[in-house]
Design a protein. Sequence first.
Lengths: 113, 115
Amino acid sequence: DAKTTQPNSMESNEEEPVHLPCNHSTISGTDYIHWYRQLPSQGPEYVIHGLTSNVNNRMASLAIAEDRKSSTLILHRATLRDAAVYYCILRGRGDTGRRALTFGSGTRLQVQP
Amino acid sequence: DAGVTQSPTHLIKTRGQQVTLRCSPKSGHDTVSWYQQALGQGPQFIFQYYEEEERQRGNFPDRFSGHQFPNYSSELNVNALLLGDSALYLCASSLGVRATNEKLFFGSGTQLSVL
């Protein structure tokens, strides 16, 4: 599986935007970029995924570089509840729910009031 | 809809003992995966079950075994516990073949401490 690289930790202030970067320089043309997050004392939860175009949902936005070697998860207004570890994961185009996720160490986001 | 449920939430065992962890998948899901998460690390894939058989396995010794029942629930068994088996054990469920990029749903995990 292609590898992703994320900063170990980031800090943000409440109600400010947060940009969480992910590098994936060996991404293949058919790999999707997925983001999961893990709140304290909980299992990971799906956030968003995309292939080439930027994507938005109620939780976040995903901005994908034109060469697809990097992406950024954007939380438009961070809340205290967004403090979590965020994982950037690559999945192949044909990966169904029967394909295991390969987690790295993720980025620990701290949100200050 | 009850999501993925795991039991127990916490467990303390001693070295050499055996442990069984349980998982009920999200309603309608047929595939269950187990992950081990050591403190400060990302989850690591142990194995996956669907149609009551182990289908994929990560890099874990055969002390780790599992089972899936006809109602899709699953158990994870660990024999001859080692101190290094202390971790959060996560269960994830998914729809196996409905669509690509199907998202996984995780339970809150079982925190296992081996003394």
